[in-house]
Write a protein that binds this ligand. Structure first.
Ligand code: PFF
Length: 445
């Protein structure tokens, strides 16, 4: 990332990072598992009051320091810089996420092909195909994981500007178009009303400490917060980019896509009387049956959907690798290739271990304290590392960075009133609410 982003390039790349499997795969299944509307409401509130605030803070920090996250904390701190630099090691979280995330992109590649040749006609048939693949077909999953790994690292090796900005420009609109078409199609189904109700009518009796922490974790995950990604992108921002406007645009696009995906998927679920709380197989099991309903046209739409999803996933995966690579280059003066090997080795090992978690006769080797490695990585990063690192970003920006620096940067793009609201949110609302939720989560679990 030697050159700087243009404003549109930044919005696209940050949106490319934010919009990914978290929106189309994770958000719907988590909503299903956590009872619907109340979960969605907590998620939306977190995005609005904490997510956007922190997103702006991460961009500001990166933009002010123009270096990697570790260096950012170290150099911008008014005091205790040597200690604060450890907060920058949150970039490890993005490597851990990349490991299991690329396994899922592998599943998506398989489904691109599967949609083209064989659409299941019932949820039961679909469920059997997915189950058979994920729990028994190690070889295929491993080949696909390797392929994804190679693609992602190849793109990062080229630097992210050229290819990836262009890919985003074409594929993000394509994803929106396909989802738009599917949403339109779901309007005509009886399940739509129930889906709407499920997502937007909160039933607070279903809320527990776990629901709240899961919704908050998902809000962090979907905006790629707390792992140095947005900070790293902020470091390559051009001087005149409107940070505030861009941040709102990214958050809006991201939320819009998640809600769209949720509406579509739950329409199908209710249409075919399926179970909303299916877990991580939701997208892979229920969607293919809708494609089947579309007749031969369904093969093409199904394939395109998974193509677009694969690209959404790849643009996110790239953004998980870049912070650590950028760190190695900046701090240790590694060449990009050397940095890629240093980052690639652990990601490859952890990815393979995550993959083994789902395979029936291998899972015992990668289960610790009764929890599979895949879930360990997922829960550790999303429920703990991201929120805790979010608190660090908030406290750091609010109390350890010179206010004038931040004000000078942001006041070009926001009124004084808005700045004061944001500054209040970063000093009090974000850290306090996230800490309370974390404590609540610890007590509740
Ligand atoms: N925001 C991505 C998604 O919703 O799929 C996931 C993600 C990307 C998490 C980049 C963390 C990250 F650094």
């Amino acid at each position: 990332m030697k050159s700087k982003f243009t404003q549109i390039g930044f919005v696209l790349s940050a949106a490319g990072s934010a919009i990914g499997l978290g929106n189309v795969w994770k958000f719907p299944y988590m909503t299903g598992e956590n009872g619907g509307g109340a979960f969605v409401l907590i998620y939306l509130i977190t995005i609005f009051f904490v997510g956007i605030t922190l997103f702006i803070a991460e961009v500001v920090l990166g933009r002010l320091s123009r270096t990697d996250p570790v260096g950012t904390f170290e150099t911008l701190a008014t005091k205790h810089g040597k200690k604060w630099k450890y907060a920058g090691f949150a970039i490890i979280g993005s490597m851990l996420i990349a490991s299991f995330y690329m396994v899922i992109i592998g599943w998506i590649l398989k489904y691109m092909y599967e949609m083209f040749v064989n659409l299941p006609s019932t949820i039961e048939a679909s469920s059997a195909i997915f189950g058979g693949f994920v729990t028994a077909d190690f070889n295929m999953q491993f080949i696909l994981f390797n392929l994804v790994f190679f693609i992602v690292f190849f793109i990062v090796s080229k630097g992210i500007k050229g290819g990836i900005e262009k890919a985003n420009l074409i594929l993000m609109p394509l994803l929106i178009l396909i989802l738009g078409f599917m949403l339109f199609y779901s309007f005509s189904m009886d399940g739509f009303g129930k889906s709407f109700e499920f997502l937007f009518y909160p039933d607070f009796s279903k809320v527990t400490g776990k629901t709240i922490i899961t919704a908050v974790g998902q809000a962090f995950f979907t905006l790629s917060l707390g792992v140095g990604t947005i900070m790293t992108y902020g470091a390559s921002l051009s001087d005149d980019t409107n940070i505030v406007k861009s941040s709102f645009q990214v958050a809006f696009l991201d939320t819009f896509i998640a809600l769209m995906a949720g509406l579509i998927i739950f329409t199908l679920i209710f249409q075919y009387n399926a179970e909303p709380a299916q877990g991580s197989g939701l997208v892979f099991i229920s969607l293919p049956t809708l494609f089947y309903q579309l007749g031969s046209f369904g093969n093409i739409i199904g394939m395109l959907f998974f193509v677009a999803l694969a690209f959404a996933g790849i643009t996110s995966a790239i953004s998980m690798i870049e912070p650590s690579v950028f760190f190695m280059i900046k701090r240790f003066k590694f060449s990009r290739v050397k940095a890629l090997f240093a980052v690639g080795a652990p990601v490859y090992i952890f990815g393979t271990m995550s993959l083994m978690t789902n395979i029936d006769n291998l899972k015992r080797f990668v289960t610790y304290f009764g929890i599979g490695f895949f879930d360990i990585l997922d829960k550790l990063t999303t429920l703990w590392m991201m929120p805790i690192s979010g608190v660090c970003v908030a406290v750091f920006t609010g109390y350890f960075v010179k206010k004038e620096l931040v004000y000078n940067l942001l006041s070009k793009h926001m009124s004084d009133t808005l700045f004061n609201i944001w500054y209040f949110a970063i000093r009090y609302v974000a850290p306090i609410s996230v800490i309370i939720i974390l404590i609540n989560g610890i007590i509740g679990s």
